[in-house]
Design a protein around this ligand. Structure first.
Ligand code: FAD
Ligand code: NA
Length: 379
């Protein structure tokens, strides 16, 4: 390791951004390792062998950002399509546009409402609690959007996501439930949105293309930690509790099981993401990957769908969403204090800081960490 100026653990967006900056901006030598056998972290995608359809291996990844600097940065490594994300939700034999908008409300209540009429309706239905403080997630949701919309679109979906009755979930899991009083059903509000024209993995190949970056895959940091010479800075984007051998307790996560199927038909659902709001359907949603890239000439004989099942993660699972209870917050703060004492190690990314980060946030955090922590450590 004496050949390297810095060691970066994790080839997701956080680690790859740091690696790119260190090599291209500072001209220093990087060793980037990942325990997985591919680069890209959770944004990794590959083309399905049978159909050629690009499949995001760790769930649908939609790139969107309000941040011009991040958008410009990523545009150095890819062009974006003009894909605009939309989500639909199946409920009791009907299909509705998400997030809940004026179209959803008119369709659901079977009536033409003006924006003001719809607003007044939701306000009157949300008054059910009569000023009482919400005691659980169900009551919180009702206080925001009223019972009918909650029971149709939130209750079953949330119960499946958490494998818990929403009346037993804390109210602070949700702070808002967006309702739009227009017919706009674009999922994201951000000014910059799109999918990479030649896929996610190509972004990482370009970011890591500088020969100053050596990438080693299938390598677990904890198997080589003892060989790293004193004084070589490390950027660690793995789980922070694992780093400290779980000595302050285990941080809790949710994971998703993905059930992939290739179907012999040209179009299964007519859209990329269909939520299943009802509890009698075991999965939370179905992704159909061809619809992320309508500009590609995919074959029309076959299509790839993925059903998602949500559950609590064990140590053996991929950690996806921090559960972040009061207990988790306390544990994380203990690790954060330990991390600050850890010389020459910079903790970052979603696992290293126990935070859900969208891709653009992981990149923004890495660009910031590069300037405030990595550059000073190397120059
Ligand atoms: P990661 O991508 O998780 O990278 C961390 C890497 O560290 C991993 O590859 C891991 O293998 C490696 N690692 C961990 N421990 C070790 C070790 N001991 N030794 C070596 N390597 C190690 N974002 C969006 O913007 N839009 C979306 O639509 C979107 N959808 C998502 C859907 C799902 C199901 C999930 C889970 C996330 C989604 N995200 C989305 C978030 C996106 O995946 C993250 O922003 C991004 O992964 C964060 O990058 P990262 O580098 O912090 O972490
Ligand atoms: Na540190």
């Amino acid at each position: 390791f004496s050949n390297h100026d810095i060691i970066i653990v994790g080839a997701g967006f956080f680690g790859a951004t740091i690696a790119e900056r260190v090599a291209n901006e500072l001209g220093k030598r990087v060793l980037l390792i990942d325990r997985r056998r591919h680069i890209g972290g959770n944004a990794y995608s590959e083309n399905d062998r049978e159909t050629g359809i690009e499949v995001h291996k760790y769930g649908a990844h939609l790139f969107h950002t309000p941040n011009r600097a991040v958008w410009d940065y990523l545009n150095r490594f890819t062009q974006f399509t003009d894909y605009r994300h939309r989500v639909f939700s199946a409920h009791k034999g009907q299909v509705y546009a998400m997030p809940i908008n004026l179209g959803t409300i008119c369709q659901f209540f079977g009536k033409h409402f003006t924006p003001d009429e719809a607003r007044a309706l939701v306000v009157s239905q949300a008054a059910e609690l009569a000023g009482r403080e919400p005691q659980n997630l169900e009551e919180k949701a009702i206080s925001l959007i009223g019972r009918p919309l909650y029971e149709a679109f939130i209750r079953g979906y949330t119960a499946k996501q958490w494998q818990t009755d929403p009346r037993e979930l804390p109210e602070n899991i949700i702070t808002r439930l967006p309702v739009r009083y227009t017919f706009n059903n674009r999922y994201f509000n951000d000014p910059y949105e799109g999918l990479p024209v030649d896929g996610y993995t190509a972004i990482f190949e370009r970011m890591l293309g500088n020969p100053l970056i050596e990438t080693r895959l299938g390598v677990d940091y904890f198997d080589l930690k003892s060989e790293i010479p004193e004084g070589v800075p490390v950027v660690y984007t793995g789980p922070i509790d694992r780093y400290f051998d779980y000595r302050a307790g285990e941080l809790k996560w949710r994971t998703i099981d993905f059930q992939e199927e290739v179907l012999s038909l040209g179009d299964f659902q007519g859209t990329a993401v269909m939520n299943y709001a009802d509890e009698d359907v075991p999965y939370t949603r179905i992704l159909e990957f061809r619809h992320f890239n309508p500009e590609r000439n995919y074959q029309t004989e076959k299509t790839v769908i993925v059903k998602e099942f949500s559950r609590f993660a064990t140590r053996a699972d991929e950690p996806y969403y921090p559960i972040d209870t009061a207990e988790d917050k306390r544990i994380y703060l203990a690790y954060k204090a330990l991390a600050e004492q850890e010389k020459n190690v910079i903790f970052g990314g979603r696992l290293g800081t126990y935070r859900y980060l969208d891709m653009h946030q992981a990149i923004a955090a890495a660009l910031k960490s590069f300037e405030s922590e990595v550059r000073p450590a190397l120059t």
